[in-house]
Design a protein around this ligand. Structure first.
Ligand SMILES: C[S@@+](CC[C@H](N)C(=O)[O-])C[C@H]1O[C@@H](n2cnc3c(N)ncnc32)[C@H](O)[C@@H]1O
Length: 240
């Protein structure tokens, strides 16, 4: 007979079988999951591995680089879209540009904008080594000034510059994204600081801006969106 409203007593099987308990209460850590995911993700090319390592050895804020797992995801998404025109905001050392360029259509071009001129030589060197000089066009300067000078219709946009300006970039590029085109926005989790349980300091304008931006996209009738909790969070947006 069914025992409605009464808690079901634990069965000896559940109490004594640790494997069964493990199934009910998974105890794996996020780090362990990421390591496992990395081991089941196609490795970086030798060139990307060298750029990744060089970035970590020689540059401050190296953790800004997309790196292995996210780089492979960007490449995979680009292969799925087969874009003709890609726009990237925030080149850094060129890692994500090289990954996104892997999926370009045969006559496709990726424009990438970086405001720090000290990064230019390294980016150009790696683009040259990758044999992508025809496919990757680097612009040095402020993305807010350069975007309006590019008369393109974008199939895919990757927003990965200063996070406080995510909304400015989004509004600048969205009219130029073709219907059915995609916008990817990086670091939308801000190491978990966007979560409701986290108390944001009034002085932390970046986190406040990212929270407001994520909420805005969620309510934006012009698009559909999925937030992937990979690494620091990648927001995938499709223009209707
Ligand atoms: C997170 S890093 C980009 C990482 C890169 N996309 C990757 O995955 O390897 C952000 C970059 O955006 C650049 N940046 C910041 N504000 C910018 C702006 N207004 N215009 C262009 N680049 C900007 C920074 O100089 C920095 O190199």
């Amino acid at each position: 007979m069914q025992n409605w409203g009464q808690p079901t007593p634990p069965t000896p099987y559940l109490l004594l079988n640790p494997a069964r308990l493990g199934y009910l209460c998974p105890m794996y850590s996020a780090d362990e999951t990421q390591l496992y995911a990395d081991r089941h993700t196609t490795p970086e090319s030798p060139l990307l591995a060298r750029l990744n390592r060089e970035t970590h050895v020689q540059l401050l804020y190296a953790r800004m680089i997309s790196g292995h797992a996210q780089g492979r995801l960007l490449s995979m998404l680009s292969h799925m879209v087969r874009p003709w025109r890609v726009l990237e905001l925030g080149t850094f050392t060129g890692y994500s540009a090289l990954c996104l360029a892997e999926g370009l259509a045969p006559d496709g071009v990726l424009h990438t904008i970086e405001q720090n001129p000290e990064l230019e030589d390294r980016i150009r060197r790696y683009v040259r080594e990758a044999g992508q000089e025809q496919q990757i066009q680097l612009h040095i300067g402020d993305a807010r000034r350069i975007i309006p000078t590019l008369p393109e219709t974008w199939d895919l946009v990757f927003i990965d510059a200063d996070k406080i300006n995510n909304d400015t970039y989004y509004e600048l590029v969205l009219p130029q994204v073709r219907p059915g085109g995609f916008v990817l926005i990086d670091n939308v989790l801000r190491s978990g600081q966007v979560l409701d349980s986290y108390v944001v300091k009034p002085s932390d304008k970046d986190t406040q801006a990212v929270r407001a931006f994520n909420d805005k996209v969620q309510a934006d009738e012009r698009v559909e969106n999925v937030l992937l909790p990979l690494r620091d969070g990648l927001l995938v947006v499709r223009k209707k």
